[in-house]
Ligand binder design. Structure first.
Ligand code: SF4
Length: 263
């Protein structure tokens, strides 16, 4: 095994800045083969990446975390994307139903501390079931979303999943996104047209007013301190630190080098 840090990826990230999302997705397939998957919550940008994966015939599976309290519209969007884009969507679920969890621990999502525990049990732990199966997870985060996503790298490391994360839409502007959605008539969660700018669990998501920040509808009942579930490591406070361990061959190919030592 070989160690890979975020700093190791600087040069690669710079070389990717002018590449299109489709170029980046093809690179992911070439580099990681069947050890790459996409992670999507079936929001607009995620559906765009799903459409690109289908259009490029990359045969890349899509991971979807079903918290058990998703909106029916989100589940319907997942099913349409799988069927109409010919994608293998793998649904990951928490160990306990929301009812079982509530009986045991109470209604967690009503407090900031409880929300972290609930998101960990219902989002992060299901994703961890796939740990070790993939060396790369593709996402759909964009710098144009602002906040903690304003400076996300295209390629980053995920210490918890011990894999590389690639966000091919990092440079996609709001206008780029709208143009792609319109040009390709991409399947879109109908809740977006009902004022939901971002969509998570039905317990913790509301529509937003036109003059509110886009993420104002997430955990609105908790205030501004709970604006992310942290299933995406770049959303975690403290940023991208530490390192991951991948095979020596993969790290050499990623960095375009041949090493003859181990640290
Ligand atoms: S978004 Fe709300 S209901 Fe969903 S996992 Fe997080 S705290 Fe629980």
């Amino acid at each position: 095994m070989a160690r890979l840090t975020q700093a190791d990826l600087n040069e690669l990230n710079q070389s990717f800045e002018q590449d299109s999302p489709a170029d980046l997705l093809r690179w992911v397939k070439e580099m990681f083969g069947d050890r790459a998957a996409m992670l999507s919550a079936m929001q607009r940008a995620g559906c765009v990446v799903c459409h690109m994966i289908g259009r490029e015939r990359l045969g890349m599976p899509i991971l979807f975390v079903d918290t058990g309290v998703n909106f029916q519209e989100t589940l319907d969007t997942r099913d349409r994307v799988a069927k109409e884009y010919g994608l293998n969507v793998i649904t990951l679920s928490p160990l306990k139903t929301m009812e079982e969890q509530t009986k045991e621990l109470g209604i967690l999502y009503l407090t900031p501390e409880g929300q972290k525990q609930c998101c960990s049990l219902r989002k992060i732990e299901p994703l961890l079931q796939a740990k070790g199966r993939y060396d790369c997870l593709v996402g759909s985060l964009r710098r144009a979303e602002g906040g903690r996503r304003g400076t996300i790298p295209i390629v980053s490391i995920d210490v918890q999943m011990n894999c590389v994360r690639v966000n091919p839409l990092a440079n996609f502007t709001d206008e780029d996104l709208d143009a792609y959605l319109a040009e390709h008539d991409v399947i879109v969660n109908p809740l977006h047209s009902q004022g939901y700018t971002t969509i998570g669990c039905n317990r913790c998501t509301t529509p937003v007013l036109p003059n509110e920040p886009k993420r104002a509808g997430r955990w609105r009942h908790l205030g501004m301190w709970s604006a992310y579930c942290e299933i995406n490591p770049s959303d975690r406070a403290g940023g991208l630190v530490k390192s991951i361990d991948l095979s020596q061959d993969l790290v050499d190919r990623l960095l375009g080098r041949k090493t003859d030592y181990a640290i």
